[in-house]
Design a protein around this ligand. Structure first.
Ligand SMILES: [Zn+2]
Length: 68
């Protein structure tokens, strides 16, 4: 059961809480967001975001950079 007092965001695909926010360019995000009613919105944990990107692009490579 999810405890809303815990830190982090709640993934809208798997329902798990996560703390590492992965920024995804809007042109990709609009295709993978769980919020079909608002393509700019939504929350996905890293594994769910990458799984959807894999379904979209197949084999691909991306660079992870630290956001300050
Ligand atoms: Zn998830």
């Amino acid at each position: 059961m999810d405890d809303p007092r815990e830190e982090g965001s709640l993934c809208q695909a798997c329902g798990k809480r996560y703390k590492v926010d992965v920024w995804i360019p809007k042109r990709f995000w609009r295709k993978i967001t769980p919020r079909r009613d608002n393509l700019e919105a939504g929350l996905l944990c890293g594994p769910c975001a990458l799984e959807r990107i894999e379904q979209l692009f197949g084999f691909a490579a991306f660079r992870l950079v630290e956001r300050r």
